[in-house]
Design a protein around this ligand. Structure first.
Ligand SMILES: Nc1ncnc2c1ncn2[C@@H]1O[C@H](COP(=O)(O)OP(=O)(O)OP(=O)(O)O)[C@@H](O)[C@H]1O
Ligand SMILES: [Mg+2]
Length: 247
């Protein structure tokens, strides 16, 4: 589904954010990309979503090149940004969620159905006419997720999706992720909080200073997380079974 080969990225100020990333992600996979602050997670997701052009290397999403065909890639790949403020495009909650489906050229009826569905799924019905800028941090996060959900993309990139969410909010997002995974969507999530997703992911890729240091089954890699600045889940520290945040 996604193939990254020798991907490098250097920002205009000279910061070398990615240094030769090779990664293949299968259709339907639920992948966790974890690493310390500044390791390159957001940069990598932005390149996969076609928002940022790598300075070197190749990338293919379902056979498409996001550098050459960013618009086509954006129809397949949805990204929930780390900073929800930067994702707001509409005046009200309803308008904001409608923006994506409108750009897909759907009928008015289909747009309304999708917006109502996403409002309901993310528990935002009572806020549908509220100005986006007046929402709380957690509500903005729900809004960003609802906006991406309404586009029904095949691949969804979640950049630190649990930030600012309360316990029910985390469970709601996690439930939504597991449902999408069961339906065959490809999911890529970055988080420092491995605990919250560990019971549900298929694979972990550890990124450190712009390089993928390890990639493999969660059970094989959890013990290696501390050396890369990532806290392992409690069950690794205390012993016992893996616990889902949904239980
Ligand atoms: N627009 C930019 N211009 C210059 N440097 C940048 C820019 N965006 C990110 N960087 C730098 O690139 C490196 C990787 O940043 P990135 O945001 O990808 O890290 P991250 O792993 O997502 O970190 P975090 O866990 O804090 O979200 C960092 O050193 C950062 O300072
Ligand atoms: Mg980031």
């Amino acid at each position: 589904m996604i193939q990254l080969h020798n991907l490098h990225h250097r920002y205009p100020d000279g910061t070398y954010a990615l240094r030769g990333i090779d990664l293949t992600i299968s259709k339907g996979e639920f992948l966790l990309i974890c690493g310390a602050n500044g390791s390159g997670k957001t940069t990598l997701l932005r390149i996969m979503s076609g928002l940022l052009k790598p300075t070197e290397g190749s990338i293919s999403i379902n056979g498409l090149n996001p550098v050459k065909e960013p618009w086509k890639v954006r129809q397949i790949v949805g990204m929930i940004f780390q900073d929800p403020d930067s994702q707001i495009v509409g005046e009200t909650v309803r308008e904001d969620i409608a923006f994506g489906p409108e750009n897909l050229g759907l009928s008015l009826k289909e747009i309304k159905e999708r917006v109502d569905w996403a409002l309901e799924k993310m528990g935002l019905q009572s806020l549908s006419e509220k100005s986006c800028y007046l929402l709380s941090g957690g509500e903005k996060r729900r809004l960003a997720i609802a906006g991406v959900m309404a586009m029904k993309p095949e691949v969804i990139l979640f950049d630190e999706p649990f930030t600012h969410l309360d316990y029910p909010g985390i469970q709601e997002v996690l439930k939504y992720m597991t449902r999408l995974h069961q339906e065959g969507h490809t999911l890529i999530v970055t988080t420092h909080d491995v605990e919250k997703v560990i019971a549900h992911i298929d694979r972990i890729a550890i990124i450190h200073k712009g390089e993928i240091k390890a990639s493999g089954l969660p059970d094989h890699l959890v013990k290696e997380l501390p050396q890369f600045g990532v806290r392992p889940p409690c069950y690794v520290i205390l012993g016992g079974e893996k616990i889902s945040w949904l239980e």
